[in-house]
Design a protein around this ligand. Structure first.
Ligand code: SF4
Length: 504
């Protein structure tokens, strides 16, 4: 077959080296029938694609989320101009398929999970009969496709990524995961997960992100509630999901002991010490925990009142550390309940709770969320415009013109929130604080590595995201680009080509 398949992960910021492998590129490569040959994979967080590689008759698959949609549309139009078939997928394309047609030069859009329907999309493109829309639906257990890690460049990423489940049973108002991936956790067979992990370790990756929506899908509270139902079916189902998690962790624990995993989890896991102990044995040494707000009112406003506030919150977060699990705490600023003193209170909590890393984002209404739907409805007919683009389509506003905050706050200006957020980043990642936190590792070499990685993280995610000062943004990008390479070397391990898959 003469058509080349290109898979593009769009991005405007390229650092030459990236932290986590965009898994979807390698999964779709795995779903590409052999007759098409190996896809040309381009991750623009490493470097930008060149339109000259697209030839007439090629198929160009572009995966977009809201943050990179505009760049994705640019790539799509240039590929179409050169005669290629353009196919969009990803969360944003699933929510706005018509937009990808209008602005991105799409021939086709795939909504939902892409891997199941991808072979048909390719066959239709080659036959000259691409459909306007494909519904990929929600792939279940047997439909998960393993990634083509043989196509992964070894020297560009710090962490590889493997998925063990999709979906989240919660319903946080600022998050689209539960609405797009569903609330029913769809688990992947432990065998398939372990095989992928072993393949990555053979290739020299010992740091692996378990890229799940929520690694802890069944809480003790869920079990207690199901136990009170007259019909035992739900309890049996939840127990089976929980047992599978333990089974997976037992399998991960059999892998070489230099391996380190990282995942995303809800705070409720801290009350489940059996689960935390299993995580530790499996070397799941870190987790992103969405703390979001330090106040009970703030949590209520985002439908996340299953989280704790105040001293109970500090204790719960410390429980992770006491069980050997480092926390990357994620906080949101700009909630209507926030006040000027919320910023310092958050900073203090982040320090007191022994967080190893933290991120501080400003509230942004993302499509697909409850918050977005409310916000859009509240502005219907009188949306403010920037460059004639309604702000309810903020992702279409070019960088540099995009407002940093979208929802008016009852007591603070947008600029005040932005400045205070920047201040919290600066304080949490000050050299003194980072050095103090580096005490979580032993040798001087490891502590220096910790400092380097902390600083890199801050440059990549704070200064390039919330800063309005373009000099600061470009300085941060240059710095991150320069630092990323030596940082990546800290994560690389000697390949273990003969590593066997442990038996169940
Ligand atoms: S924020 Fe986390 S816990 Fe809440 S719905 Fe999204 S994935 Fe689930």
């Amino acid at each position: 077959m003469s058509s080349t398949v290109h898979l593009i992960n769009p991005s405007r910021a390229a650092f030459g080296t990236a932290v986590i492998t965009p898994r979807w590129l390698y999964v779709l490569a795995g779903a590409t029938p052999a007759a098409f040959g190996d896809p040309n994979i381009v991750d623009e967080t490493l470097e930008q694609s060149s339109p000259s590689v697209f030839q007439s008759g090629d198929v160009v698959g572009i995966g977009i989320h809201t943050g990179n949609a505009l760049r994705g549309y640019e790539v799509g139009r240039s590929a179409r101009e050169r005669g290629a078939h353009v196919v969009f997928g990803g969360i944003h394309a699933s929510l706005y398929p018509e937009e990808a047609h209008e602005l991105g030069g799409a021939h086709s859009v795939v909504t939902g999970d892409g891997e199941g329907v991808w072979p048909k999309v390719l066959a239709d493109c080659v036959a000259g009969t691409p459909a306007r829309l494909y519904d990929g639906g929600k792939v279940r257990r047997e439909g998960f496709v393993s990634a083509r890690w043989d196509l992964l460049p070894r020297d560009r990423y710090m962490w590889a990524s493997v998925q063990t489940l999709r979906g989240c049973p919660k319903h946080c108002s600022f998050c689209s995961v539960w609405r797009t991936d569903g609330q029913e956790p769809r688990t992947r067979a432990a065998d398939a997960v372990v095989k992928e992990v072993v393949e990555l370790r053979r290739r020299g990756f010992r740091f692996i992100a378990l890229a799940d929506d929520n690694f802890y899908p069944v809480t003790l509270n869920d079990l207690a509630m199901a136990g009170r139902r007259a019909d035992p079916a739900r309890l049996t189902e939840l127990k089976a999901i929980r047992e599978e998690r333990f089974d997976l962790m037992r399998r991960l624990a059999q892998l070489p002991n230099d391996m380190i995993f990282f995942t995303q989890i809800t705070m409720e896991a801290a009350e489940d010490v059996e689960f935390l102990a299993a995580m530790k044995r499996a070397r799941i040494a870190g987790a992103l925990v969405g703390v979001e707000s330090v106040s009970a009112e703030g949590l209520k406003s985002i439908y996340k009142d299953f989280n704790l506030a105040g001293d109970a919150l500090t204790d719960r977060l410390r429980t992770f550390r006491e069980h050997g699990i480092h926390v990357l705490g994620s906080f949101i600023f700009g909630l209507s309940t926030d006040r000027a003193d919320t910023f310092d209170a958050t900073l203090e909590l982040a320090k007191r709770a022994d967080l190893t890393f933290a991120q501080f984002v400003t509230l942004t209404p993302f499509p697909g969320t409850v918050d977005f739907a409310k916000w859009e409805a509240s502005l219907a007919g009188h949306e403010p415009r920037v460059l004639d683009i309604p702000i309810t389509r903020h992702w279409l506003i070019p960088d540099g013109h995009r407002p940093k905050l979208y929802t008016p706050h009852p007591t603070m200006s947008a600029e005040e929130i932005r400045q205070k957020t920047q201040y919290v980043w600066d304080r949490f990642y000050s050299i003194g604080e980072v050095w103090r936190r580096s005490g979580c590792v032993r040798s001087i070499r490891a502590r220096l590595a910790f400092v380097l990685v902390s600083k890199l993280y801050r440059q990549m995610y704070a200064n390039t995201g919330i800063s309005t000062d373009s000099a600061r943004v470009s300085r941060a990008s240059r710095w991150a680009r320069w630092m990323a390479k030596p940082c990546r070397r800290l994560f690389a391990a000697r390949p273990m080509p003969d590593l066997a898959v442990p038996s169940p």
